[in-house]
Write a protein that binds this ligand. Structure first.
Ligand SMILES: Nc1ncnc2c1ncn2[C@@H]1O[C@H](COP(=O)(O)OP(=O)(O)OP(=O)(O)O)[C@@H](O)[C@H]1O
Ligand SMILES: [Mg+2]
Length: 291
């Protein structure tokens, strides 16, 4: 399912003395089957944009097209429930949304809401736990006795339980340790690769953008500054630095090697495998000149 924004603006508390415009003139497109990363400073509008992806917010200006649904300020709420099943959002700090007495019931809550029986919902929960790296023994545990990382996995399973076509993730690895971060990111990547989910990821981790995304959107002060392939956008290290946004460690290392040895990396390596392959090509073969 493709999602498209045309001239989208959103103003919080419109029509009150407290109104504040969060996003302006946003044009962007998220293609079916893509892995899109959205980056930008705090307050740049990332979470506001995400809430338009399943019509949780309606644009105050412009048009959001989600599959064949066109959402404007004037749209009614008919059929939005099915849209929210297709586009699942895992919010920033999703653990705050857990509330049931057991992990199983928490994951089953969404499916029940969409017409599954309690038993079917629990069965679904049992199926999903291993996918998010938890075993069946978690079914009967209280979500409130878990670690932060485990709570997050339960909240993610709750969204996956609705079998969305598009999975939207708002800083899903914030606050996790490096190992937890890697596990959670690998999980999303395998959902993308193996189940064909479209993924939209908000992150501050440029290494994750480089490793996983095939499309990137840079937001600043409520507008889209750049949209394109990460390989193109990360070429502009100077521009990114001027925006106080970094580049992935692979790109940084490649630039250091370019300076030190007058090498040229082409195409720009994004993953460690790509970087390693180009370094090996450049290294002198046995008996050749040394660097
Ligand atoms: N509920 C709200 N009421 C009024 N203004 C809000 C509300 N939520 C966000 N804003 C404002 O809208 C702008 C965009 O906020 P948003 O939360 O979308 O940014 P963000 O990029 O997700 O930031 P962060 O990286 O901190 O999560 C900010 O200026 C913010 O203060
Ligand atoms: Mg946010």
């Amino acid at each position: 399912m493709d999602i498209r924004f045309q001239d989208v603006g959103y103003t919080y508390q419109k029509g009150t003395p407290f109104e504040s415009k969060a996003i302006y003139d946003i044009d962007l497109s998220i293609k079916d089957g893509s892995f899109t990363a959205i980056v930008g400073h705090t307050g740049s509008g990332k979470s506001t944009v995400l809430q338009h992806l399943n019509a949780l917010k309606k644009p105050t200006e412009g048009t959001v097209t989600i599959g064949d649904r066109v959402i404007t300020n004037l749209s009614d709420n008919k059929g939005l429930k099915s849209l929210r099943k297709k586009v699942g959002i895992v919010f920033q700090f999703p653990e705050a949304q857990l509330f049931e007495e057991t992990v199983g019931k928490d994951i089953a809550f969404g499916p029940k809401n969409f017409g599954m029986t309690e038993e079917e919902g629990l069965e679904k929960a049992r199926e999903l736990l291993p996918l998010v790296g938890l075993d069946e023994s978690f079914m009967e545990r209280s979500p409130f006795d878990l670690s932060g990382g485990q709570m997050r996995r339960v909240a993610i399973a709750g969204v996956l339980a609705l079998e969305p076509e598009v999975l939207v993730l708002d800083e899903p690895t914030a606050g996790l340790d490096p190992q937890g971060r890697k596990e959670v990111m690998n999980m999303f990547h395998s959902l993308y690769k193996n189940k064909g989910l479209t993924i939209v990821l908000v992150t501050h981790q440029m290494d994750d953008v480089a490793e996983y995304a095939d499309h990137m959107i840079v937001l600043e002060k409520g507008t889209v500054m750049k949209e394109g392939h990460p390989r193109e956008i990360f070429k502009e290290a100077g521009w990114l630095a001027s925006m106080q946004l970094g580049v992935p460690s692979t790109v940084k290392f490649a630039h250091e090697l370019e300076e030190k040895f007058e090498w040229t990396f082409d195409p720009l390596p994004l993953t460690t495998d790509e970087l390693a392959a180009q370094i090996i090509e450049k290294l002198p073969t046995k008996g050749g000149a040394s660097v």
